[in-house]
Design a protein around this ligand. Structure first.
Ligand code: C2O
Ligand code: CU
Length: 538
């Protein structure tokens, strides 16, 4: 057995940009880790080694469907036991045709994804539907002054200790920026371009927290052609908003005779108490001798959050299956998300329950495969409790259901509303929009009529009015999907702090019969037991 790729998760004390040295998780020695380029229509095996001395890890292939190999989804205590220190796990990654696009991989344990992450590009097996000369990646990350362990411990402490805001937005691993609190003079990432060409930029929201507004000085037309791994009809915009977990491709036509050589790419976080910034340089011609530093004054005024950005306007290039109408929906599940105090801790709950990976339990998928008498999510209990089975803290669904999932933000008990990028594992869902206040199905149906929504895997819950600090500025986001793939698929806010504080849900599609029939027990050695794969056992 020879894996197609190997990723090693390790920890080193390093200086990121101009931050003080601290322990940082790396993948194959860098953060972001290496760019993985896979092709749709093929199956890959990727071996992940946990070289961390003290911590578990896993790897998640953000945005890819693991329908063929649900045990490879990388969610600790949901799809698998986490990989203990000095162990490995082999992930089977089957990429159906039609999934060409922009993705990323990241650890799904604790706060690790802040740095244990990297780009994953799925190439077209056939002709690319858009013409361009070259492509470039913009990989966004946050950086905090505290290390991961300190941040995690603070978030679950009684009383709770916040991580601190992100100090700057890193672009392809390089600083710097100037936030309200940090000035960082570190050399910037340089993206070299030639005049009069068309570039495909793939922008990846690998941030832990920051919801990023982005524009390029002197270049006012960005043509979106892909969102979350699916081609869209071209859509022109002058700026982008990228929440954590979101990806876009846009085409950029470079100028024929640029008035200067370098133009700033500016990134700014929104919906946070302070503004976190980052910069990179769009450089015409050959590499400059000295990498430029962040400008003392940001050259552009980026838009404030535009609520509903791209909602109801983005169209799929190809509608791969018919969009189910409201009449075809068999069940609507409303997930109310809310921050509250629970037993001295500050937690985020969904329908009154937080979900965290560190609750001692056998991973749901392992239980399904083993059929070992551990309680499965019960549909009956769930239906009696707004979709959530309180015993297993999971949302069951039956194969064949047509679900409408409404995520209803109800803010925080203490007052105040946050923005949340909600991410779905398993497959891409039709994004049927967002809005302020409470979801009104009939009204939304009117807005949808005659449109053809895109499928996404990560979309935003917005903050609607920052002038008040009460719950009236919260809102909703809604998705529709056909329940086809048996497996255990998480839906969660992609802000790592919020995940650690409980803002995660586990969806169990199908029962053990559907699962074993559809996806036999993985031939991954040691899958069923914690610590099954030991070094030396390869
Ligand atoms: Cu990138 Cu469960 O997420
Ligand atoms: Cu959140």
């Amino acid at each position: 057995f020879i894996p197609d790729a190997v990723l090693r998760v390790s920890v080193e004390t390093i200086t990121q940009s101009c931050m003080p040295p601290k322990d940082v998780l790396l993948i194959n020695g860098t953060s972001p880790g290496p760019e993985l380029r896979l092709t749709e229509g093929r199956t890959y095996w990727i071996r992940v080694y946990n070289d961390l001395p003290n911590d578990n890890t896993t790897m998640h292939w953000h945005g890819l469907t693991m329908a063929v190999s649900p045990f490879s989804d990388g969610t600790p205590q949901a799809s698998q036991w986490p990989i203990p220190p000095l162990h490995f796990f082999d992930y089977e990654i089957n990429i159906p045709v039609g999934m060409a696009g922009t993705y990323f991989y990241h650890s799904h344990v604790g706060f690790q994804a802040v740095s244990a992450t990297g780009p994953l590009i799925v190439e077209d097996s056939g002709p690319i539907p858009y013409d361009y000369d070259e492509e470039k990646i913009i990989f966004l990350q946050d950086v905090f002054s505290k290390d991961d362990t300190t941040i995690e411990q603070g978030l679950v402490a009684k009383p709770f200790v916040w991580s601190g805001e992100s100090a700057m937005i890193l672009v392809n691993g390089n600083g710097g920026g100037t936030s309200d609190t940090t000035v960082c003079n570190a050399s910037l990432s340089i993206i070299n371009v030639d005049p009069k060409k068309t570039y495909r930029f793939r922008i990846i929201g690998g941030t832990a927290l920051s919801f990023v507004s982005f524009a390029i000085e002197g270049h006012n037309t960005l043509t979106i052609i892909e969102a979350d791994g699916a081609y869209t009809q071209p859509y022109n915009t002058s700026y982008l908003q990228v929440g954590t977990g979101q990806r876009f491709s846009f085409l950029l036509n470079t100028q024929a005779s640029p008035p200067k050589k370098t133009f700033m790419m500016q990134f700014e976080a929104r919906s946070r108490p302070t503004v976190t910034r980052g910069f990179a340089v769009l450089n015409y011609g050959s590499e400059p001798k000295h990498a430029p530093y962040p400008p003392a004054t940001p050259p552009m005024t980026l838009p404030a959050t535009t609520v509903g950005f791209l909602d109801y306007v983005l169209r799929p290039l190809i509608q791969d299956e018919p969009f189910p109408t409201a009449a075809q929906v068999t069940r609507r599940v409303t997930v109310r998300v809310h921050q509250e105090e629970l037993g001295g801790r500050t937690v985020w709950v969904e329908n009154n329950f937080p979900w965290t990976e560190d609750t001692p339990r056998e991973p749901y998928l392992v239980s399904l495969y083993k059929n070992d008498g551990i309680e499965f999510p019960s549909m009956q209990r769930a239906l009696a409790n707004s979709g959530l089975d309180p015993v297993t803290v999971a949302f069951p669904a039956e194969i064949g259901e047509v679900l409408e999932i409404v995520i209803q933000n109800t803010g925080s008990e203490a007052g105040g509303v946050d923005a949340h990028p909600f991410h779905a594992h398993g497959k891409h869902y039709w994004d049927i929009g967002s809005g302020p206040g409470t979801y009104n199905a009939a009204e939304n149906e009117k807005r949808l009529s005659g449109t053809s929504p895109v499928k996404r895997d990560t979309t935003m819950l917005y903050v609607y009015d920052t002038s008040t600090s009460n719950n009236t500025d919260a809102g909703w986001r809604a998705w529709r999907l056909n329940v086809v793939e048996p497996g255990v698929w998480m839906i969660h806010c992609h802000i790592l702090q919020h995940m650690i504080m409980g803002m995660q849900t586990v969806w169990v599609f199908g029962n053990e019969t559907d699962l074993i029939r559809g996806v036999p027990i993985p031939e991954v050695e040691g899958y069923l037991v914690y610590g099954g794969n030991v070094l030396g056992n390869e």
